[in-house]
Ligand binder design. Structure first.
Ligand code: NAI
Length: 258
């Protein structure tokens, strides 16, 4: 197989739909063997079939990113099936919208469990596997809301801000230990996925109105597509970015430029 990540083995969390699906499909198209990891077995299996249909190599792994044992098993499954782990994309994430004075502690904890505990656990088990592979690339999907705040999503913003600095701390750790492991974060603007359709319905009444309003917040004049995030992740996952670690790549149509 040829391609920009040919011969590499990748695990992508939350890859059954949306941005994660697009990342899985793109990495596979560029020659990686891909583990599609998600709590959604049906959606995940569909993504595996989509990759295999065009000659790519993929497998589904049932993974709840909040479950430490499941992470240990997932990384072991990638190593036993693909022989190694070169790329981890910590993509799974959730948002719960509520004003800070009404937010239940259990909801705050649910957001933190997926968005930051999940990234920590994935990294914890990927790093030793990548050491065994002689190096690797970890890409953490944060958000524009890990760079700037927004009303009524304080838990989400706190979790995504945590992903940004966790990324830099681990990049320093891995950069200095000679492991050849790079760690970077990606910060998407609003991207057309199920998550954003839900935002449109909830905040603006319907999807077209919501899309129009959200588009105005991006200087480029539109929201993004999952493939535009996948293109950035591909760069960070590939050896083309071998001098890049601890960086934060905003792919946001200029949202955070102001
Ligand atoms: P989505 O809601 O369309 O898909 C998320 C996927 O993660 C689903 O397949 C879901 O089953 C999976 N997932 C949820 N909880 C999980 C868990 N505990 N363990 C394993 N998998 C789990 O989301 P979307 O929009 O594709 O977002 C992907 C990432 O990008 C998230 O981290 C999100 O915060 C981030 N992001 C999304 C933006 C957007 O506008 N869509 C903007 C900025 C960041």
């Amino acid at each position: 197989m040829t391609g920009r990540v040919a011969g590499k083995a990748a695990l992508i969390s939350g890859a059954a739909t949306g941005i994660g699906q697009s990342i899985a499909v793109r990495l596979a198209a560029e020659g990686a063997r891909v583990a599609v990891a998600d709590i959604d077995a049906e959606g995940g299996s569909d993504v595996v079939a989509e990759i295999e249909q065009v000659g790519g190599e993929a497998m589904f792994i049932a993974l709840d990113v909040t479950d430490e044992d499941a992470w240990r098993d997932a990384v072991a499954a990638v190593e036993s099936t693909f022989g190694k782990l070169d790329i981890l994309v910590n993509n799974a994430g959730i948002a719960i919208v509520e004003s800070v004075d009404k937010m239940a502690l259990k909801d705050w904890r649910a957001v933190m469990a997926v968005n930051i505990d999940g990234v920590f656990l994935g990294t914890k088990y990927a790093v030793p596997a990548m050491r065994r592979a002689g190096g690797g690339s970890i890409v953490n999907v944060s958000s524009i809301l890990g760079l700037v705040g927004e009303a009524k999503v304080s838990a989400y913003c706190a979790s995504k801000g945590a992903v940004r600095l966790f990324t830099k701390a681990v990049a320093l750790e891995c950069g200095r230990d000679g492991s050849g492991i790079r760690v970077n974060s990606v910060h998407p603007g609003y991207i057309h996925t199920a998550m954003v359709e839900e935002t449109c319905r909830r905040d603006f009444g319907d999807i077209p109105t919501g899309m129009a309003e959200l588009s105005k917040a991006h200087p480029i004049g539109r929201i993004g597509q999952p493939a535009e995030i996948a293109a950035g992740v591909l760069y960070l996952a590939s050896d083309e970015s071998k001098f890049v670690t601890g960086s934060e790549l905003a792919i946001d149509g200029g949202y955070t430029a102001a």
